[in-house]
Write a protein that binds this ligand. Sequence first.
Ligand code: ATP
Length: 345
Amino acid sequence: MASLITQGRGGIRAASQRSTEHSGAEPVLQISNLTVSSGNLELVEQVSLAVMPGETLCLVGESGCGKSLTCMSALGLLDEGLTARGSVRLFGTETLGAPERVLNAMRGRDVTMIFQNPMAALNPVKRVGLQIAEAIREHTDLVGGAVDRRVVELLDQVGIPNAARHKTYYPHQLSGGMCQRVMIAMALACRPRLLIADEPTTALDVTIQAQILRLLRDLQDELGLAIVFVTHDLGVVAEIADHVAVMYAGRVVEAGTVDALFEDPRHPYTRALMACRIGFQREPGTPLDAVAGTVPAPSSRPAGCNFAPRCPQVQARCQVEPPLTSTNAGTIACHLFPAQPMVPQ
Ligand SMILES: Nc1ncnc2c1ncn2[C@@H]1O[C@H](COP(=O)(O)OP(=O)(O)OP(=O)(O)O)[C@@H](O)[C@H]1O
């Protein structure tokens, strides 16, 4: 596979520099034909994804495309009133419809999640060290002084200087970037094999964002973590992804390796997203090409292809006939590519 040098916000990275060969390995997460509904309204439709050990899959797309619901389904954390069908296998175990006791055992131990706003996720009236200690006690057999030592070790691991002092701070005494590091330390408390990160850098400024991305990559190399990373930002995708799934209006419309997707984006929506990004090949002063229009709400998705009303290459067929309902078989969900294989996964 050719190595494409891509530029994200934090610098330049050879996107294929890490090996993602997994001969014989089982996916840590395999989602097949996942549909999430609210009553008879389908919010997420027929999503299929796989994440291999030690690799990062980025879910990318505009707001409302179904990225968070896909992640929440993977953790069995859908809001009341929402139902999921299809299959979600975590480490080979089917979790859709699994008893809460099974899900609870997996959450925190094998799979864990971090969110966009660490300040909101942390308890404001508890010292951060105490909050990490609670996560350690809940998910490991450590007790007494060993818990305290592990708190300091985790804070060190996520790059918080003078961990012994900072563990006594309250969240408001730390910056946003430091709080996100604390959240990552809590997430790592149980030595998970899969981390789901829902826009963990969106609320941070660009420099801190780059530091957190670097930290996640380093931790991944050190711990062999698999990561599902949700983002709107293709710069971030270029920085961190091995594989990418592009979502639009509840569906995966294109998926592939990060190199292939950046080198040869095919779905008109992927191409439109690429045209919007600030890349190093863009001449200074060139206006950004916006994707005109907005993502349709689940209640007003069109009869044919969901992207048809915004698509610059729309054909008569797209208005009436949805493209493939599943991206399972290595295909692009677009009538322009009826039988062509999707970029290699
Ligand atoms: N509990 C719910 N009940 C009804 N509709 C919901 C619920 N949660 C999400 N939705 C709808 O499902 C669609 C997908 O939402 P989701 O949050 O997964 O999108 P997203 O791609 O993660 O967006 P964002 O980037 O803004 O977080 C949206 O139209 C959203 O309004």
